[in-house]
Design a protein around this ligand. Sequence first.
Ligand code: GUN
Ligand code: ZN
Length: 435
Amino acid sequence: MTQSAYRAKLLTFTGDPAQSSDAAVFDEDGVVIVEDGHVVASGAWSALKSRVSDGATVHDLRDKLIVPGFIDTHIHYPQTDMIASPAPGLLPWLDTYTFPTERGFENEAVAQDTARFFVDELLACGTTTALVYCTVHKQSADALFTASEAKNLRMVAGKVLMDRHCPEFLRDTPQTGYDDSAELIGRWHNRGRQMYALTPRFAPTSTEAQLEACGALAKAHADIFIQSHVAENPDEVKWVKELFPGHRSYLDVYDHYGLLRRRAVYGHCIWLDDEDRRRMADTGTVAAHCPTSNLFLGSGLFDFDKAGASSMPVTLATDVGGGTSFSMLQTMNEAHKVARMGGHHLTATRMFWLATAGAAQALDLADKIGTLAPGSEADFVVLDAQATPLLARRTARAESLEELLFALALLGDDRTVFETYAAGKRVHSRDGARR
Ligand code: GUN
Ligand code: ZN
């Protein structure tokens, strides 16, 4: 099998930088050696140059930085074309823009066209894995998986389930939601690099019967993902209290139906209490913090101190179209500011970990993605610290890895992504045409 080698500055991780000062591993002159879609070796060029085989192509990227592909743990592909639609809060935003837009995905051609654009946009931003919400229509999930499979991406996605409190044209039923999800699991889960996420939209749009059906599906498929929203907005939290009066909290509704576990990922997690956070930590349930969305919709400020104290798994996500950027760099920028508002200093090194190895670990995918470790699937991003004149001037003065990463996170966006690789193949080139 042909080998390729990428000589560049390298950043990878062996653990959480908040817990260990040597968790971030940086090579000023490094190399990633790739064969058959996997990383064979990565580390210092001086130590590994003898491992590069004679026939291998060596890509000279010494003025660039290679990091593992970014992982966005919460995003809605059908909302691509309605990004940047203002509303006075989550619930009016859903009614005014989201539901009418999602109706369009009953048309297969709309779903296919949007899915292809969406996947290219992720790759242009260096995101190689995402947890994706589709619409209630099962063909919307087929379209997303087909677009992802065409580029051999490790993608997680699912059809939304909703059987109440949304327009009639977007409703399934407990039975059809169950049947369609089961069919999609059978068709897509672990087919190549595709993985399925059971996707009840959020508690208000599912009846108890539908949540029960979700619990049954989750139980029957122990290794699928589960994704939903929780405690995003005070009006939503109040509504859930009225709809599910017997429960201790919003999170407890999901707990009751067996929907908290490893590989269960909940968007937002702003208005949780300490017992909720403890429950998430105990069950391995993952929080997807969506800073650009939370600021845009005025939902609230995620509490990094309380999340950290509880040890619940935390990841970063865009939540497009509630979020305002596909870029995980821009997401880091806003995450830093949200943390600052709570008096918490979120370092850039930790944000890069949260968006790569930390997310892979939280999602139970650490053996496959998130690092440049030998045996990993070769998903990585080539970042250009000279992408804009301002970034070039600022990074020229960086005196530490943290300073360099901080400038990339605060000033970076899709222009900073020079190339993106998935399973060892180049799937985006900034300076070339989209492929
Ligand atoms: N809660 C339920 N549906 C949605 C959605 O599409 N976006 C966001 N941000 N929150 C939700
Ligand atoms: Zn969302």
